[in-house]
Each structure stands twice: as C-alpha cells, then as structure tokens.
Design a protein around this ligand. Sequence first.
Ligand code: ASP
Ligand code: MG
Length: 423
Amino acid sequence: MRVFKFGGASVKDADAVRNVASIVRLFEGEKLGVVVSAMGKTTNAMERIVDALWKREEAEFKNLVEERRQFHEAILDDLFESKEAQIFHEISSEFDKLSAMYESNVPDNYDFEYDQIVSLGEVISTRIVDAYLNEQGVRSRWADARQLIRTDHSYREAEVNWDKTETLFGQRFMPHFETFDVQITQGFIGHTAEGLTTTLGREGSDYTAGILAFCCNAKDVTIWKDVPGMLNADPKWFDNTIKLDSISFKEAIELSYYGASVIHPKTVKPLQNKQIPLFVKSFIEPEAEGTVIQSSTSNDHLIPSFIFKMNQVLFSITPKDFSFLVEKNLSDIFDRLSKANAKINLMQNSALNFSILLDEEKVNVDEMIKLFEDAYHIKFNTGLELVTIRHYDQPTIDRVTVEKEVLLEQKTRETARLIVKQK
Ligand code: ASP
Ligand code: MG
C-alpha cells in the first residue's frame, strides 16, 4: 500500500481535481491511501468564518459561508454532468449544517469551535474527490479521519495517540482495501476519545500522510506539489534554485527546523522511524523524478541549501546590575520569554549580553520591554533577515551577504547562520 498527499493547490479547481484523478489512475493495480487538503484557499476562508461566528457578526458569517458554498458548487458543476448526483446533496447538506451553526453554537471556546468548523474544508474536498474518482470508475472509498486519527484535546494543535491510532487504522481502514483500491481521507484532522473533531495545526496534511503511512506500514509516501521536488532555496528569495534529488531524513528534519517550508516539520519522524521513503513530486509533471527523502546521508552535502527568514527582530538583553549571564539569570530570561510566548529563531550570549532573534509579526515589542525592564536593559533592532546555509562554504556566504551588513554569525561544521541587514 502506498500513501499520496495532495495539498490545497492540487485541488484548487475542477481541472486540478481532474489532474488528481489522472495521477491516481497512473497507479492502477496498487492500493492507495490518499490524503487530501481543503480546496485552494478554503482553510483561510474557514478561519474567517470562525472569526465571524466568534464575534457574532451574522451578516459576515452568512456571506462567507455562501461564498464558500458557491466556490465548491462551481467545482461540482464543472466536474459532474448530472446535477442529480448524490454529491450535490452531500455538499449542500455540509453547508446547511455549517450555516446553522450560527444559531446553534454560541461558542465559549475559540480553539474548539475552530476545529469543528475549519475541518469541514477537508471533509468537503475529500467527498468531492472521492465522488469524482468513483464517477471515473475508480474503486474509491471515502474514509473519515475523525474515525481514525485519535488525538488528545489540544484543539488546533492536537497530539496524536499513536497506539490507538494504529489500532484504528488496522480495524477501520486496512480491511477496506479488500474491496477498494483507493481510500480518500482528510488531511490535518483527527478526533478525541469522545469523537470530537480536532486539528493537527496549520499545514498539517503532510503530517497526516506520515501518520497514515506509519500506521499502515506503507511502502512509501508521495507528496504531490506544484514544484518539481525539494529545492535548495525558496524561489521567492533566490534565483537559480536547484532541485535536491535525494536527501536523508536527518537532513529533511534539519532543513524544516531552520524554516524550509516544503514539508510539515512533524512529517518526517514517523517515516524515519519505520524507514518509509518520502517522495516529493510535481503534480504537473507526475512522471518526473522529484526528490526522495530516505535514510542514506551520502548525498546531503552535495548541494548547499539556503533558508531565509524575513522580518526578524533582534533583542539584546543585559542585566542592569552588571551580573554575568550565568545559569541563574539565563533561566530567569527564559522564564520571561515563555511568558511572552516567544519562539526563538536564534540566540547567542556573551558575558553581559543575551541576544535573541524573533519573528517581528509574532512579538509585541512593547510587551517584551515591559516583561524585562525591571531587571534588564533591553534594546532591539527590526527589519532584519536570518539566513541559514546548510553545507556552506565561503562563496555561498559571500553570495547571501552582497550589499548586506552582517550583525551576527554562527557557524557549526555543517550550518552557517547569519543575521543580516540591508545596507
Ligand atoms: N488545509 C490545512 C491548511 O491549509 C491543512 C493543509 O493544507 O495541510 O492548513
Ligand atoms: Mg495546504
């Protein structure tokens, strides 16, 4: 059995869904577990719907629901000749239920409500893809991730209960391959022991593919994307990117730790644990090679990779009483940082100074200053970039520092990290 994952861009309209079906048909004769995300930008739209419900903005809520209904109906109209097809009723009933939530749900737990609503994007997209495959003669079954992936109650960031999930896939998923060739399931959603819907965090559909593959001992996983594979840099920031043909699980985890956004960071671990190879391939050119992520590290050093994080703010924190930065006040600093919910991208210390780099959009500078000012002097510098280079050499460093001032540099044997500012 093999696992495929199609993200939002690969099901963004009717042509895209037809393309998914044509890729599935390329693998006739195999058993496929297929994870599908919400269509196009539906998850963002669903987030706005949750907001409108939360703020009790009825007109806004109804408009947004109507807009999503029409978006999906247009795709259905394009895909299915017969307007009598069952799928039209199914999707319409999902939207009726969503619409009725305005009256029935006066929410008191934002994260809980978020998961109940946002998950519908995936429920709807998978119903459509499954119905279309069946119409095309594929023996496909719709599998409900809310019966399969068991999580705790951390809504919006749920933790998987692996033992239970493995059992559920064994009981409720695998046996259906005796009757069906393909099973379509939702990315990014799960359920609690009471059957309440949870989500695994934004962009979590890759992770679902990893969970599914782990629990079903899949032969391999393929993530189908609109890029030819994993590139050595984000084309948004870099010309002449190079495709990585083969990298190790370890390298993939390092790259996503530093912020490469090609695969969800949690995806690799379950695959590494069972040595299940992960392919990243283009849904535009499905026959092309793509990238394979597997155990061997022998190719990792061949091509340097660049990871850019823009809009960074560097805080420099100095104890007012001139005490050295030793364990005691470091732990005080971390204590205060965790109060600010700060996610640190890089840190460094000297005798009297502790520097941390954070995403500008995730931190409130005034709040940070308030948290520290009783005992520390705190300075900050905004508008910075963090560049990480894996498998660097001097020319690669020169390349990213042209017309840039380097504020801080950290190097290990394999990784160079530079905080830079436009000159
Ligand atoms: N639809 C969800 C999101 O956009 C999950 C995913 O696509 O991976 O975050
Ligand atoms: Mg997505």
